[in-house]
Design a protein around this ligand. Structure first.
Ligand SMILES: C=C(OP(=O)(O)O)C(=O)O
Ligand SMILES: [Mg+2]
Length: 427
């Protein structure tokens, strides 16, 4: 499966921002194509997404240099390599870049090749990508975590929290999870109408937060679950992405929407009160990416009650995951390929997560495309959970629809994660 050619170009993501697309072509003629996603609420420890910073073009956001790096720097060094030796390929790119955070060549350049190479191999073998990456053991259809209301940096910070999501814990299959989510999404729309709240959507397609407080979004969402005739917590539970790194300054948490400033202790008290009041089963980025002591506090208080996911905290980085495990913070890790920049390092991060008894949640970015590699990654590793955004935008539905196809394709051998996915972490 020797690489014959690598092409790259600038295309666009769901926020209409430029991003990198790469084609890897093997000597057999088999081709893999991948598009790299892009975050808005990025963590400071993420691998670097190279943007041209030229204000005269695409407001500084073009990725022409990353595309050039693929074509002129990486491709000549990779042509002739065996694309099926993913680790060797990724290591070669890491060495060619030579920095800690892939800032010379760009994680977007490197990841584009990394993903496209795997896809080319799967295509040559006429195999689904999840089967190529995961082998005979790939079988677990993930429990989805789906955004109904979007806030934070995905909605001009109208409210501070970023994601108000549902987990259809009562679902018996992936397709049933989709149906239940559809019902809650549309019931929530009714709740909006009833409260005379205008409908529009935020970056990932969840409803725009027409609220003056963060808690009101939880009230509306709980109502949405009830309006859809589900029992909150039992049929459909709530998950939050607090994404607090973006409102943590000078050792304080700031709710701009509520004009409120809190110490870590006060903030954790509020998070705990929400878990008492609402059917919350999962919270992401409760504390900021550098507030390790805050994370220890929240983990002691809530770690036996709900899933605690580190996103900005871990950035899919094995060293940061290991530190978290040593300190006993969180019990779950959000997995985003472009936070670390190669498929191999992502697979290593998932393995490390599982080894520690933590739960991996494979996640999209707020800037997405038709690329569905993350779905294959989730299936290949039997990760058990997936977070894609809402069910109301095509770049998200590309992933959900692919999962529906895989559910059909696997038939009897496909097992849906169900609520049991949480059994090792919740008492
Ligand atoms: C998907 C997320 O947002 P972004 O891609 O903007 O980091 C997230 O924070 O989990
Ligand atoms: Mg997050």
């Amino acid at each position: 499966m020797k690489i014959a050619e690598i092409r790259a170009r600038q295309v666009f993501d769901s926020r209409s921002n430029p991003t990198v697309e790469v084609d890897v072509i093997l000597q057999s003629g088999a081709m893999g194509r991948a598009i790299v996603p892009s975050g808005a609420s990025t963590g400071i420890y993420e691998a670097l997404e190279l943007r041209d910073q030229d204000p005269s073009r695409y407001m500084g956001k073009s990725v022409f240099q990353a595309v050039t790096n693929v074509k002129d720097i990486l491709a000549p060094q990779l042509i002739g390599m065996d694309a099926s030796d993913q680790r060797a390929l990724d290591n070669r790119m890491i060495l060619l870049d030579g920095t800690e955070n892939k800032s010379r060549l760009g994680a977007n350049a490197i990841l584009g090749i990394s993903m496209a190479a795997a896809k080319a191999c799967a295509n040559q073998l006429k195999m689904p990508l999840y089967r190529y990456l995961g082998g005979a053991q790939a079988h677990l259809l993930p429990m989805p975590m789906i955004q109904i209301i979007g806030g934070g940096l995905h909605a001009d910070s109208v409210i501070d929290l970023q994601d108000f999501l549902v987990i259809p814990v009562g679902a018996g299959s992936f397709s049933q999870a989709m149906e239940m989510t559809y019902n809650v999404y549309n019931a929530t729309k009714k709740v909006y109408h009833e409260h005379n709240l205008d409908i529009s959507v935020s970056d990932e397609g969840g409803f725009w937060p027409r609220f003056s407080s963060n808690e009101q979004a939880m009230q509306i969402l709980t109502q949405g679950i009830q309006y859809a005739n589900y029992i909150p917590g039992q049929d459909v539970a709530i998950a939050l992405d607090v994404a607090s790194s973006h409102f943590y300054k000078d050792q304080k948490y700031h709710f701009a929407a509520e004009n409120k400033e809190m110490t870590t202790e006060e903030f954790v008290d509020i998070l705990e009160s929400w878990v008492d009041k609402y059917p919350i089963i999962s919270m992401e980025d409760c504390c900021a990416e550098d507030d390790w002591s805050g994370w220890e506090l929240v983990s002691n208080r809530l770690g036996q009650r709900i899933q605690l996911i580190g996103d900005d905290l871990f950035t899919t980085n094995i060293q940061r995951i290991q530190k978290g495990v040593e300190l006993g913070v969180c019990n779950s890790v959000l997995i985003k390929m472009n936070q670390i920049g190669t498929l191999t390092e992502t697979l290593d991060a998932i393995e490390e997560t599982k080894k520690a008894g933590y739960l991996p949640v494979v996640s999209a970015r707020s800037g997405e495309t038709e690329d569905t590699t993350m779905v294959d990654l989730c299936l290949a590793t039997n990760a058990g959970q997936i977070k894609v955004g809402s069910i109301a935008r095509s770049e998200r539905l590309a992933k959900y629809n692919e999962l529906l196809r895989i559910e059909e394709e696997l038939g009897e051998s496909g097992i849906f994660a169900r609520r049991e996915v949480f059994k090792n972490i919740l008492s």
